[in-house]
Design a protein around this ligand. Structure first.
Ligand SMILES: Nc1ncnc2c1ncn2[C@@H]1O[C@H](COP(=O)(O)OP(=O)(O)OP(=O)(O)O)[C@@H](O)[C@H]1O
Length: 297
């Protein structure tokens, strides 16, 4: 299974270029689309979901030209938007049966099996008779997944599902995605680096509507190996270090020391010690390099 985008661009009427010549191949498994607010993630998701037309480019799911075969494509698509509707006071069980009927699954034993499976995969079997309207944020997100699993989609698109979830709910939700990611293409957008680190077999970093990097999280981290250094500084020293070194990030450690991380091919100064590269380093250096290219152009 392969989703292939070639030169996909989108400029909104207000002149914002949300997608700038995006070309990317996405295989079965969990694909993480990582980018800051306004990067173009939702625009890309909506475009792949055929909810908005790009100005140019093509998108194929295997041999199917999806932009010219929307109806056929949508039968194989499960899309969970960033914000989805308000639910009526109906139980998850009844609501899923209702949606399954709308999707044309009229045979009741077939429908029972499909609904039971969707509830099981999303870990909602125990709360199937509770009203969805009263569910927590995380349960609602999982219900959204249960709903899109009803028609056994090949491609699942989930737009920033972990935003606003507490750590336990986030963990539960990521586990559900991990389970369905084994036999579907799941594209999942987030601005949380840890989501991608924990979950994805392939990833891309998007900013300014452009794909800045694509690879497995492991390979991206490996590419930075040997170039990341850290040292502790005082708050007063920070501006001097900022002026002299390529600081990727700064944060406080468990002893409340301010630790800076720097990218450099060789040891920047004697006080720096080498440290393992992280996916966060990859994310920040990629965004920073892009910023520098923009400034120099
Ligand atoms: N319908 C629209 N009309 C005009 N501009 C838009 C529209 N939708 C998005 N934009 C702009 O396009 C750019 C990309 O937005 P998009 O929502 O795709 O980014 P995002 O990465 O999903 O961000 P967020 O995480 O904040 O949702 C932003 O500058 C946004 O303001």
């Amino acid at each position: 299974m392969l989703l292939s985008l070639k030169n996909v661009s989108k400029t909104y009427k207000n002149g914002v270029k949300a997608l700038d010549n995006v070309s990317i191949d996405i295989h079965a498994g969990m694909f993480g689309l990582l980018g800051p607010n306004g990067a173009g993630k939702s625009s890309l998701m909506r475009t792949i979901a055929t909810l908005q037309a790009p100005d140019g480019g093509s998108i194929h799911l295997d041999d199917l030209d999806i932009l010219n075969n929307k109806i056929e494509f949508r039968k194989t698509l499960g899309y969970l938007p960033q914000e989805f509707g308000v639910y009526p006071k109906m139980s998850a069980h009844d609501l899923l049966h209702y949606f399954a009927q709308l999707k044309g699954i009229s045979n009741s034993s077939e429908r029972n099996a499909i609904v039971d499976k969707a509830l099981e995969v999303t870990n909602l079997s125990d709360v199937r008779h509770k009203h969805v309207a009263g569910y927590s944020g995380g349960m609602k997100q999982r219900f959204g997944i249960a709903q899109l699993l009803l028609n056994d989609p090949k491609l699942i698109i989930v737009d920033e599902p972990t935003a606003g979830l507490d750590p336990a709910e986030r963990h539960r939700f990521l586990n559900v995605l991990r389970e369905i990611g084994t036999n579907h293409i799941v594209i999942f957008s987030t601005h949380i680096v840890d989501d991608v680190k924990e979950l994805c077999t392939d990833m891309a970093i998007l900013n300014g509507g452009k794909i800045l990097a694509q690879n497995t999280p492991k390979n991206l981290v490996k590419a930075l190996s040997g170039t990341i250094w850290k040292t502790t500084v005082t708050k007063d020293q920070l501006p001097t270090y900022e002026a002299s070194y390529n600081i990727i990030s700064s944060s406080f450690d468990e002893d409340s020391n301010l630790v800076i991380r720097v990218m450099n091919d060789t040891q920047p100064a004697p006080e720096f010690i080498p440290t393992d590269a992280s996916l966060e380093d990859v994310y920040f250096t990629t965004l920073k390099q892009e910023q520098q290219i923009e400034l120099n152009s």
